[in-house]
Design a protein around this ligand. Structure first.
Ligand code: SF4
Length: 354
């Protein structure tokens, strides 16, 4: 076993996490779900969502049979909704192509929608004890610092080097349970010790041989991506009020916020009244301006100008189909994060202050 693996395994036994809900099982469904939820999301945020999701869909079969809307509603607030759509799609794939049995090798797991190599490896390790290397964002940070590897970690040259490292460092196959403990140790170290900002090097089990620590290069590693500033877009979000209800429509299944319930949205140059008449079949009067809201996507920034409108009359013709719903009920649906914020800030203040 490499000294690196030995040190990490010993550290994990004493200092790592052992009581997370998905650590109490080898059921690949539970482990798959936890790995997907943990992508881009902190453990403490994931725990309640994980519990509700498992309760709502206790098996792959039940997940596959559920309407996508119900799945999205249980995911609501966790963000990155493509993860939920992919889970749902993958559950159907498991039922149809694998006779309801979760695939057992890393390469087969990796063919499920939304599952990359590292996630597939983690599922194979924790469910079946397979000898597979992981390389998620946290592990990349630990490796680039510990071994002093420069270059943006997701660039193919650096990434290939990191994968080779990840494979070389695996513990020996002879010691029972070592691959699971080692994999968990890497995750725990990246999440709680070798953190992005201010890593706790004084308590790090691999500090002695850490290149970044010894050469004072922690701030430079991992090498950041060369970024050009994100483009900025603006949009008006319409909050149409009628008998204390607001109008929401369902966004198309693909594209941004695919399949979520959202507020009607127009360009800043469009005429609000005309849009409401033509698309929603309502006449509206301004009922106030609300504070603007900024939301960042991966590829652009969106400045949202919310407009509060009172419905004055309604006709039968409209092209945008949707629902009228009270704001407190709306937030229980699968809605985009900024829409949730708008509703919480402007309609549910009394609930939050209660
Ligand atoms: Fe990370 Fe510090 Fe440990 Fe190096 S010594 S691996 S920088 S926590």
């Amino acid at each position: 076993m490499t000294a690196f693996a030995t040190q990490l395994i010993q550290w994990q036994y004493k200092n790592g996490r052992h009581h997370l809900p998905w650590q109490q099982t080898r059921d690949p469904y539970c482990i798959w779900l936890s790995e997907i939820m943990l992508q881009q999301t902190q453990v403490n945020t994931v725990i309640p969502y994980y519990g509700r999701f498992i309760k709502g869909f206790p098996s792959i079969k039940q997940l596959a049979q559920a309407p996508l809307d119900t799945v999205l509603a249980l995911w609501s607030g966790l963000g990155y909704y493509s993860r939920a759509r992919n889970l749902h799609k993958a559950a159907s794939m498991i039922m149809q192509e694998h006779q309801g049995q979760f695939p057992q090798t890393r390469s087969l797991i990796q063919q499920l929608p939304g599952v990359g190599r590292s996630t597939a490896a983690a599922i194979a390790v924790f469910s079946y004890g397979k000898y597979e290397a992981i390389l998620d964002g946290n592990v990349k940070r630990v490796f680039t610092r510990h071994f002093g590897i420069a270059g943006y970690p997701s660039e193919s040259k650096t990434q290939n080097l990191l994968w080779r490292k990840a494979e070389e460092l695996l513990p020996s196959r002879h010691q029972k349970g070592s691959i699971e403990t080692y994999t968990q140790a890497l995750m725990d170290l990246g999440a709680s010790v070798c953190t992005r900002h201010k890593p706790s090097c004084s308590i790090c089990p691999i500090q002695k041989n850490c290149v970044a620590f010894n050469d004072n290069r922690i701030k430079q590693l991992p090498t950041p991506k060369k970024r050009s500033p994100l483009p900025k877009k603006e949009a008006i979000f319409l909050i149409c009020l009628q008998q204390e209800k607001i109008f929401l429509y369902k966004r198309p299944a693909t594209g941004i916020w695919g399949g979520l319930w959202s507020l009607p949205e127009i360009n800043t140059s469009e005429n609000i009244e005309m849009y409401c008449q033509q698309q929603l079949g309502i006449c509206v009067a301004p009922a106030g301006s609300l504070a603007t809201l900024d939301h960042q996507f991966t590829h652009f920034k969106l400045r949202i100008h919310p407009r509060l409108l009172q419905v004055t009359s309604q006709s039968v013709t409209k092209s945008l189909q949707g629902i009228w719903i009270k704001p407190d009920a709306a937030i229980k649906h699968a809605i985009p994060t900024p829409v949730r914020k708008l509703l919480e800030q402007n309609f549910l203040a009394e609930i939050h202050h209660a």
